[in-house]
Design a protein around this ligand. Structure first.
Ligand SMILES: [Zn+2]
Length: 116
């Protein structure tokens, strides 16, 4: 069976815990605080945790509240691109592969196959 999912669904709260689990594998020590997670921001010196992972308007978001982060707000794909230094398609492949999704329908309707 082939599991095909639209890109926007991968950012939905349905995958909130798995998003937290995925980024925790990137040696980000997220701590659960009820309905959100926090950790020290990896993009600058951060003595008190400034990076939040939370749900907003039906989307899972990352946001850094430190003054040191210029545009510190990302969805899972933008976050993977920034922390892993890869492009958009690779960020989709990494996260979808972790979720064991076979195909992702991109915003323009193209189908991205994950396992080839
Ligand atoms: Zn930051």
């Amino acid at each position: 069976m082939t599991l095909t999912i639209e890109l926007s669904e991968l950012k939905s709260p349905f995958y909130f815990e798995r998003t937290a689990d995925y980024v925790s594998r990137l040696s980000l020590n997220f701590k659960e605080k009820g309905d959100y997670y926090i950790t020290n921001c990896p993009f600058h010196t951060d003595k008190t945790p400034s990076l939040f992972l939370y749900q907003s308007n039906g989307t899972v978001r990352f946001k850094c509240f430190s003054d040191k982060c210029q545009s510190g707000s990302w969805d899972i794909f933008a976050f993977i691109q920034k922390i892993e230094g890869c492009g958009f398609i690779d960020s989709v492949k990494k996260f979808a592969s972790y979720l064991e999704v076979d195909e992702v329908i991109l915003p323009k309707g193209n189908i991205l196959k994950i396992h080839d």
